[in-house]
Design a protein around this ligand. Structure first.
Ligand code: NAD
Length: 362
């Protein structure tokens, strides 16, 4: 297959590109604008491969997209290009509306124009795979908020996001992703474009831009800076190792059913404070210093509209596509910390001139 991967220089996109080049015979056309979040250094292990091509293109640029489709004649599109950080969407929603909504619309239209001209067989085999987030569903009940007479944080049966959960996004980011999901499904229903949507929980792993919780905490800890906890730090996320996500996405684009939605999650519900304390205790062993890293924790004002809990039911992925995460949170987190310890240069380069781990979105 020839696969266009949009956003292939980002965190998850680069894991998808590395997965395809290293584990399959497919070709990849990486279409990326290279915003602050895109970094070609994340692809040095594959960029000399003759099955890999990079196109620096904005997905809002219809003429350039038409050229890319005509030149490369893809069999599938995996659409990951997006503005992805909730805090940035609070400070400035405009880029989120532009890339996530207008960009997805422009990409859908460029894909449809190309797809319309394919043979009947190629049209049927073509896939447009839209990669989205579980944040479109809003938030779920938190164990501490349920007044059933039991202790807060007691083990309680709580609901999970399924593929039929109603959309209720809370932030400009998640609202823009929800909007793009609706566009993708409408292009299938109205024009017959063979689309599939996946909604995934929080990813973590190597090459994660250090504005997100896990890399930010690792790097701040090593630099002796404070480790900011939003509110009480009791927000729950369901963590998935990024390479497990990349494997899942490749399964979906190659074996998923047109018109379906697949939820992808890690079965790893953790409170943010617990995640930060676990990072600190791993660093205490790997990079010991006179004091404990957890002493750098500080509590800061919570994010406006902060969702309390996300958790994914990924039964459909395991039963229909035979996918399971391979990493536990413990193994994945250790690998991630070790990666950051040995890749300080990457960390320095991606932050140069763009971002110094300051707080956004207050
Ligand atoms: P990221 O911010 O690390 O990377 C986004 C990439 O898109 C960057 O390389 C950037 O240069 C590129 N890009 C941005 N605007 C563009 C434009 N107009 N044209 C072309 N390229 C553009 O994001 P990520 O964490 O890798 O997320 C990838 C996708 O997965 C996003 O759609 C996101 O919503 C979704 N997702 C992310 C998570 C997560 O935990 N990170 C979880 C579930 C779903």
């Amino acid at each position: 297959m020839k696969i266009i991967v949009t956003g292939g220089a980002g965190f998850i996109g680069s894991a998808v590109v590395r997965h395809i080049i290293n584990n399959t015979q497919d070709r990849v056309i990486n279409v990326d604008k290279l915003t602050y979040a895109g970094n070609l250094e994340s692809l040095v292990s594959v960029d000399k491969n003759e099955r890999y091509v990079f196109e620096q293109v904005d997905i809002c640029d219809r003429a350039e997209l038409d050229r890319v489709f005509a030149q490369h004649q893809p069999d599938a599109v995996m659409h990951l290009a997006a503005e992805s950080h909730v805090d940035r969407s609070i400070t400035g929603p405009s880029d989120f509306i532009q890339t996530n909504i207008v960009g997805t619309y422009t990409l859908l239209e460029a894909t449809r124009a190309y797809w319309n001209e394919l043979s009947a067989q190629a049209k049927k085999a073509f896939r447009f795979h839209h990669i989205s987030t579980d944040e479109v569903y809003g938030d779920l009940p938190h164990p501490d908020d349920i007044e059933d007479g039991t202790e807060p944080s007691a083990n309680k049966e709580l609901p999970l996001f399924t593929e039929t959960t109603s959309y209720a996004p809370s932030s400009p980011y998640s609202a823009s992703k929800a909007s793009s999901d609706h566009l993708v499904r409408a292009w299938l229903r109205t024009y017959g474009l063979p689309t599939i949507v996946t909604n995934c929980s929080n990813n973590y792993g190597p090459y994660h831009f250090p504005e997100k919780l896990i890399p930010l905490v690792i790097l701040n800890a090593l630099d002796g800076k404070s480790l900011p906890i939003y509110g009480k730090g009791d927000q729950i996320r369901d963590w998935l190792y990024v390479e497990d996500h990349a494997r899942a996405l490749y399964k979906v684009v190659t074996t998923g059913k047109v018109g379906e939605t697949y939820n992808i999650g890690g079965h790893n519900e953790k409170q943010n404070l617990e995640v930060v304390k676990t990072i600190c205790s791993i660093l205490d062993v790997l990079v010991p210093k006179g004091t404990l890293y957890a002493e750098q924790i500080v509590y800061v004002t919570d994010r406006p509209g902060h969702d309390r809990r996300y958790a994914i039911d990924s039964t459909k992925m395991s039963q229909e596509l035979n996918w399971q995460p391979e990493e536990t949170f413990e193994t994945g987190l250790r690998k991630t910390i070790e990666w950051y310890l040995t890749n300080q240069e990457w960390c320095q380069h991606v932050q140069d001139g763009t971002y110094q781990r300051e707080r956004l979105g207050i």
